[in-house]
Write a protein that binds this ligand. Structure first.
Ligand code: ADP
Length: 552
């Protein structure tokens, strides 16, 4: 701006200078020409008077190199000339100033030299005898005048231009200086600047207020958006039209092991998964895409939605759901269904086979009781299997249970008594120690836990083995049930799997003892339901100890 003001001021000054020079020269030249004309007219008048009185001799006495006098008769012939021999001169009747003098008594003409550098001024007057007296002088034209005084003129011009430059600089500095001092944050406080700027400053102030309000509103919305997205369990990533990250919430940062530095960078730098990249490209063209993604041992469902329409998308929103539990539950359910079918099929086939043989009379009468006993025991197995499946499905569906306050010690004693015949059969001794401790909001689930643990301790024991159950009050919990046996123990590699449904370390031994492979699954689920903790320690061939800590 300063430069423009400087340039404009300088150009204006130089233009004014040039025009002033031209006009002054023109006016002075005009004035000068007029003075010469007036002087010539006076001289002509004097000469006319002299010729009227003194004739040609008077003219001869007036010979002067500054001007020329010519006497022409009424026919145009030159009678006398102060500068040349009149005998050799042309007839002057066609000359403009002579013609004019003959007609009006006086005349005037100007003739320029070929180079236009000089001009001749002729003034004529008719004498009383009809002759015409002409006075002529040569004068420099304006062009020559300018050319002659070119160098001094240029020197003056250069000096004036220099002054103009200094003045232009000062003017531009002065104009710009208050503008530089303008406080744009508080436009209304700028009292000392130009009045002409007042409407602009007012407008800026209004704009500032508007911008402040919009910034505040945007900030508030941003905070609201952050508050919502940061507390989401699902991952959320907002992407720009080139796939660069615009926003990412805490959950998504955790899933992709990223930090805030990824904002502004292409998402592919954060996660190079080919499936996600392809899904993102699809969402940008088709509008939406879904993809499965695994990281850090967890499984995610990634839904990407393109923002905007057609091929010209503004970006995309990526929502990431943790579906590990869902996938796991689905897989478990599938496996469970397959296992249940298999487990039910075996006793049913046995029952159906035995019945068919009896029906067709293929069994000797003395063998019939053993066949019937087989049918009965397989049916009992089926019933206990179905019982366990029903219990598990109730636990899975979290069906409302009947809660009551239970004395864990009393329950353990009663359960041990119930298992006495089994224990006797296996020549295993059961003892229950400890004290009366109450478990709140428990009900049948505590019985399931106690029964299954004690039953397993007896079932998987050795002849003359021992089962010691203990109920005590815990330091960090309401009650502790500890069941320790001197049985066959669980191999270390199987220990982490025995709580799975239908998992048995030794299938034939388990079936022999009437096990369904679901007992510990029921224990695990019941404990989870009650918020109890289970710990199992086992040594193969030595024995097993299971501890359950009830929270309330
Ligand atoms: P089951 O109905 O077959 O007993 P469980 O779910 O109760 O099924 O137990 C799963 C498997 O864990 C059993 O088949 C058995 O091999 C093993 N097991 C459970 N408790 C004990 C224990 N106290 N000692 C040794 N092995 C055990």
């Amino acid at each position: 701006m300063k430069k423009r003001i400087y340039r404009a001021t300088l150009i204006t000054s130089v233009l004014v200078l040039v025009v002033a020079f031209a006009l002054t020269t023109r006016v002075l030249y005009g004035h000068f020409s007029h003075a010469i004309d007036t002087q010539l007219e006076i001289q002509l008048k004097l000469a006319v008077h002299g010729v009227e009185v003194g004739g040609e001799d008077f003219l001869r006495s007036l010979a002067d190199e500054n001007y020329r006098l010519t006497l022409v008769n009424s026919d145009g012939a030159v009678v006398f000339d102060t500068a040349a021999d009149s005998s050799g001169m042309d007839n002057h009747l066609d000359r403009e100033e002579i013609k004019e003098a003959i007609q009006t008594g006086s005349g005037k003409s100007e003739r320029f030299s070929r180079t236009l550098l000089k001009k001749t001024i002729n003034i004529t007057q008719k004498l009383s005898n009809g002759e015409i007296l002409r006075i002529s002088t040569t004068q420099r034209t304006l062009i020559q005048l300018v050319l002659k005084s070119l160098w001094p003129l240029l020197a003056v011009f250069a000096f004036a231009a220099m002054l103009s430059m200094i003045a232009a600089k000062r003017v531009s500095d002065r104009i710009v200086e208050p503008l530089n001092r303008l406080d744009m944050e508080n436009p209304s406080d700028n009292d000392e600047v130009y009045d002409e700027l007042a409407p602009l400053l007012l407008h800026i102030e209004k704009q500032n207020e508007k911008i402040d309000m919009q910034v505040k509103e945007l900030k508030q919305r941003q905070e609201e958006f952050s508050a919502v997205t940061e507390n989401m369990n699902e991952g959320l990533v907002m992407l720009g039209n080139r796939g660069n990250v615009l926003a990412i919430n805490k959950a998504a940062m955790k899933i992709f092991s990223a930090d805030k530095k990824c904002i502004g960078r292409p998402f592919i730098e954060t996660e190079r998964d080919v499936n996600i990249s392809e899904a993102l490209a699809n969402a940008m063209t088709c509008g939406a895409a879904e993809v499965h993604y695994c990281a850090n041992g967890r499984e995610y469902q990634v839904n990407i939605s393109g923002i905007g329409r057609g091929n010209d998308r503004d970006g995309a929103a990526m929502l990431i759901f943790d579906v590990t539990d869902k996938v796991f539950a689905e897989r478990n359910r599938r496996e469970f269904t397959a296992n249940v079918s298999h487990e039910l099929k075996t006793p049913l086939q046995s029952i159906s086979g035995s019945a068919e043989l009896i029906e067709n009379g293929l069994v000797k009468p003395e063998d019939i009781p053993s066949f019937i006993s087989n049918i009965r025991s397989e049916s009992a197995r089926l019933i206990s299997l179905i019982d366990d499946i029903i219990k598990l499905s109730r636990l899975d569906e979290k069906t409302e249970m009947k809660y009551e306050k239970i004395d864990l010690y009393e329950l353990a004693v009663k359960t041990a008594e119930g298992l006495k015949s089994l224990a006797d059969k296996k020549k295993v001794s059961i003892t229950v120690g400890g004290q009366s401790v109450f478990v709140q909001n428990a009900g049948r689930l505590v019985w399931e836990i106690t029964f299954n643990l004690l039953e397993n301790a007896v079932k998987y024991n050795k002849e003359y083995g021992t089962v010691i159950a203990e109920v005590i009050k815990g330091d960090d919990c309401a009650a502790v049930l500890r069941v320790k046996d001197s049985g066959i123990g669980v191999p270390a590699e199987d220990l982490h799997r025995i709580f799975e449904r239908f998992y048995r370390v030794d299938k034939s031994h388990s079936q022999e003892t009437g096990g369904t492979g679901l007992g510990l699954s029921i224990v695990k689920h019941a404990a989870e339901y009650l918020g109890a903790e289970i710990d199992i320690q086992s040594e193969y061939g030595v024995g097993t100890e299971v501890t359950v800590k009830f929270k309330n």
